[in-house]
Design a protein around this ligand. Structure first.
Ligand SMILES: [Zn+2]
Length: 421
């Protein structure tokens, strides 16, 4: 019974913040918003998320950092040493509903531990180091993913205030309930002060584990395009309408999903996904007259994204025509792929090799705060293996050794990048 596991963990002796292992700090954090199935629920702007902020802020203060939560709800802990533009290190503390204890939290916890390690060594930075936990990376509650890093990088986020969650609460009201004013979230824009960005994250995929490696040196983050497609055919009697005369919207959608699957399979580093579909009128004995569905396509290169845009439009148009359907395609989401900073990527690889880690370079197939921050300043990401490639699930797992090694690699990169301004 997974609930028993959760209770056992709460009975462990409390860990002094950041003083034990990375895994122990992650366990302590996972008690906040713990769910009966062994997962963690800390959605954006929730009391649970702010309780996690309190715990991490306590660890930061123990390390002598200056702690604040900015107007966009980003938690910052500043080590104001040396001079010049700070190195920003972090990730996010929000989770999807019943998510894992590693996604996001690892990057923040490891940053705290890396600072502790450097301080214990008597390391004196030549420039400041800021730890950050960005608000609402996941975007599951208000469909406003990367809210905190958008605001931090100067994007106008006030327009997102009207977004509503499943309970009908607007983002603006949720922010107000937590003591924040959506109208002034733009005050979080501070990217101009920052010199570089580092993020340690779980891979959320199976590559490192399947190759028996310890550390992924991330070279790029995929771009993506999201679509909403509506196919209109003709609802009719399932028994009396001859097969040749049907205009079946679901069959059209299914053919589109299969065609995009095959196109993606034929290419390196490309994915295509139909994740949600609704058919109307939705009767077992009625030919579906309408199919309303989503398409998510991703590629690590701008050329790949351009090709996918063309493919989606051509495929939908061709199959709709063949099936006698009317198609309406709307692009709902666009994120450009990002090439990470070559020098920082090299620094990550050197730090990993210095820790005798098994290393490979790889793209990230998931979006991260780094994909926004990295458009403004040199950025790099470090991956540690995910057991079975599982993420956004209570089963998300990386071993204590894997997360500790990830933290040491992060500290190694920091030793190098904090040496000078
Ligand atoms: Zn994440």
């Amino acid at each position: 019974m997974s609930g028993g596991v959760t209770r056992l963990r709460t009975n462990e002796a409390p860990v002094r913040g950041g003083a034990g292992s990375v895994a122990a700090s992650l366990d302590e954090l996972a008690r906040i918003g713990a769910t009966a199935d062994g997962g963690v629920t800390r959605v954006a702007w929730s009391p649970e998320l702010f309780r996690a902020y309190d715990v991490v802020a306590g660890w930061m203060r123990e390390l002598g950092l200056e702690v604040e939560v900015d107007p966009a709800g980003n938690l910052l802990g500043r080590w104001e040493a040396g001079s010049g533009a700070p190195v920003l290190v972090g990730s996010h503390l929000d989770t999807v509903p019943s998510g894992g204890r590693f996604d996001g939290a690892l990057g923040v916890v490891a940053a705290v531990h890396a600072v502790r390690l450097l301080k214990e060594e008597g390391f004196e930075p030549g420039r400041p180091l800021w730890i950050v936990a960005f608000m609402d990376e996941e975007g599951t509650r208000f469909d406003a993913a990367l809210f905190g890093s958008r605001a931090f990088t100067g994007e106008d986020v006030t327009r997102l205030g009207d977004r509503v969650d499943a309970a009908g609460t607007t983002l603006r009201d949720a922010m107000a309930a937590a003591g924040y004013d959506a109208a002034v979230a733009g005050g979080a824009s501070r990217i101009a002060d920052v010199g570089a960005y580092l993020e340690l994250h779980i891979e959320q995929g199976p590559v490192l584990e399947s190759e028996g490696l310890d550390i992924g040196v991330v070279t790029s983050i995929v771009g993506l395009r999201g679509y909403r497609v509506r196919l209109q055919g003709a609802a009719n009697h399932a028994g009396t309408t001859p097969m040749a005369l049907r205009r079946d919207a679901f069959v059209g959608a299914a053919r589109i999903a299969l065609a995009l699957r095959d196109e993606a399979r034929a290419r390196e580093g490309v994915t295509a996904n139909v994740g949600r579909i609704a058919v109307e009128p939705g009767g077992a004995n009625v030919v579906p007259g309408v199919a309303d569905f989503t398409i998510d396509v991703r590629s690590a290169t701008p050329a790949g994204i351009a090709e996918l845009e063309r493919l989606v439009e051509e495929t939908v148009a061709r199959i709709a025509a063949e099936e006698g359907l009317r198609a309406d395609v709307r692009q709902t989401f666009a994120l450009e792929p990002l090439e990470l900073d070559a020098q920082l990527v090299d620094a990550v690889e050197r730090a990993a090799v210095a820790e005798r880690a098994g290393v490979r370079r790889m793209p990230s197939g998931a979006g991260h705060d780094a994909m926004l921050v990295g458009r403004h300043v040199p950025a790099a990401m470090i991956f540690v293996p995910s057991r079975g490639g599982v993420s956004h699930s209570p089963d998300e797992h990386s071993t204590p050794e894997q997360v500790e090694l990830g933290m040491r690699v992060l500290a190694g990169v920091l030793r190098e990048s904090l040496r000078t301004e």
